[in-house]
Ligand binder design. Structure first.
Ligand code: UD1
Length: 423
């Protein structure tokens, strides 16, 4: 098993490029099931989750070809009888659930394993089922699988808000089904995340009619069929945000090329309030910090609020900020796996319900730590870069699910980081 060794204490300086967004690419890949022609995607990151989705789509009768330079071509075998998404794959990657809507809408049948448990807490799929049922799909949960069947779906009006707000993949699933339903669908309390917007733009390119993209109310006029299209996936705001946080936390000067300002504005605002300089320059975002950052209270919220996928990295930065910060998690209330590991590095954090109180300390010290989930791992990397001495992060396969070329990019910024095989 691989581990990362980081020798901390160096300011990060220079420029890195954000890759294509994993969370945009995954549902977009699933739209291939809906289209009659090929889907040509550019800017698809080379990550474990993307390879898993490609394997899943392969089992569902989609021919997936990976070309050089981040291009992927996906062509569905139309009404293939291969409609089973097995547990083996679904337990490793929750985004696999995004094949449910397309299978039901295009093929009238689906057998999709419920996704596996997850270190960041409960992740139910009731909103996915609610929305698809509203469109007329018959969905039963049997032996751990969602078994779906339907004739043609019919447009409907629905409210998709849950106890923790809207659902990103839930909205994606229902939207992908609604575009082929007969008549008008109104999705209220739809997720507004940039990844959902990107998905909607792809569906429109395929011939769908969708109004209200980027707003919490999507109105869809169903069409009979969709054709293939070409699309470049948006840059990854979480990857970009991680480098910006690392830049500010190491009191460095980092420019992220391709980062979209509007997608990251909650982070930009937070970093500024902590005393960092953040500016937008020709399609890049530059952050620099000369002094110790100030503490701040951060609450995660659905877009355009502060993203839960940057909560852990921000908490790592706050461990050495001047003062006390309260980090409140409103999307995944149990998403605090990183707290104990940061504590091993000298962080002073007290968890209280869905919040963590962080007492800023002068300096972290390197330690052996263990990655527990994707973004918690990124937080440990940020902490390792700031800490005095050596940090060894084990179980980094989580990081490989979401960060392409992480060590290469951090080394280009002056970080001392290398991968070793622990076997
Ligand atoms: C997506 C992202 C993930 C991000 C999350 C929130 C992908 C592949 N993953 O996950 O990185 O952290 O959005 O921005 O895009 N919920 C329900 N019922 C449901 C579905 C969700 O109650 O049917 C709850 C969840 O438990 C959670 C909240 O709604 O508390 C938001 O979850 P959701 O937006 O669905 O997350 P994902 O789409 O799984």
């Amino acid at each position: 098993m691989d581990a990362l060794i980081i020798t901390g204490g160096r300011r990060l300086t220079g420029k890195v490029r954000a890759g294509g967004a994993k969370n945009a690419a995954l549902p977009i890949m699933a739209t291939s099931i809906l289209a009659d022609g090929p889907l040509v995607l550019r800017g698809v990151p080379d990550l474990a989750d993307i390879r898993t989705m490609a394997r899943l789509l392969g089992l569902l009768g989609v021919k997936v070809e990976r070309k050089r330079g981040g291009t992927m071509v996906l062509q569905s075998a139309g009404r293939s009888p291969k409609n089973r998404a097995p547990y083996d794959i679904m337990r490793t990657m929750r985004a696999g659930i995004c094949v449910l809507g397309p299978l039901v809408a295009r093929r009238g049948a689906a057998e999709v394993s419920l996704p596996g448990g997850c270190a960041i807490g409960d992740r139910p799929v009731d909103l996915h089922l609610k929305g698809l049922r509203a469109l007329g799909a018959r969905l039963e949960v049997e032996h751990g699988y969602i078994v779906g069947s339907c004739q043609r779906l019919r447009g409907a009006e629905m409210y998709l808000g849950g106890p923790f707000g809207s659902s990103v993949t839930g909205t994606a699933n229902v939207l992908m089904a609604a575009v082929l339903a007969e008549g008008t669908t109104v999705i209220d309390a739809a997720a507004c995340e940039p990844e959902v917007q990107d998905l909607a733009h792809v569906l429109v390119k395929m011939g769908a009619t969708i109004e209200g993209i980027g707003s919490p109310r999507l109105v869809v006029e169903g069409v009979d069929r969709l054709h293939g299209c070409e699309h470049r996936v948006i840059p990854d705001r979480v990857e970009a945000g991680t480098y910006l946080v690392a830049g500010a936390a190491t009191r460095g000067d980092v420019t992220v090329d391709g980062a979209r300002w509007d997608d990251l504005f909650a982070l930009v605002n937070t970093l500024r309030e902590m005393g960092a300089d953040v500016e937008r320059l020709d399609g890049t975002i530059r952050v620099s910090a000369r002094r110790r950052l100030a503490s701040i209270d951060v609450t995660t919220l659905p877009f355009p609020g502060f993203p839960t996928d940057l909560q852990a990295q921000m908490m790592a930065a706050l461990t050495v900020a001047d003062g006390i910060s309260v980090v409140t998690e409103k999307i995944f209330p149990d998403r605090f796996m990183h707290v104990a590991e940061l504590g091993r590095m000298g962080a002073r954090i007290r968890k209280q319900g869905n919040a963590a109180v962080v007492h800023g300390t002068e300096q972290l010290s390197g330690a052996p730590v263990m990655a527990s989930d994707l973004r918690a791992s990124a937080a440990l990397v940020v902490a390792g870069l700031m800490a005095e001495g050596k940090t060894t992060i084990s179980r980094i396969y989580h990081l490989d699910r979401g960060y392409e070329g992480l060590e290469r990019k951090l080394r280009s910024l002056g970080g001392r980081i290398r991968r070793i095989n622990m076997r």
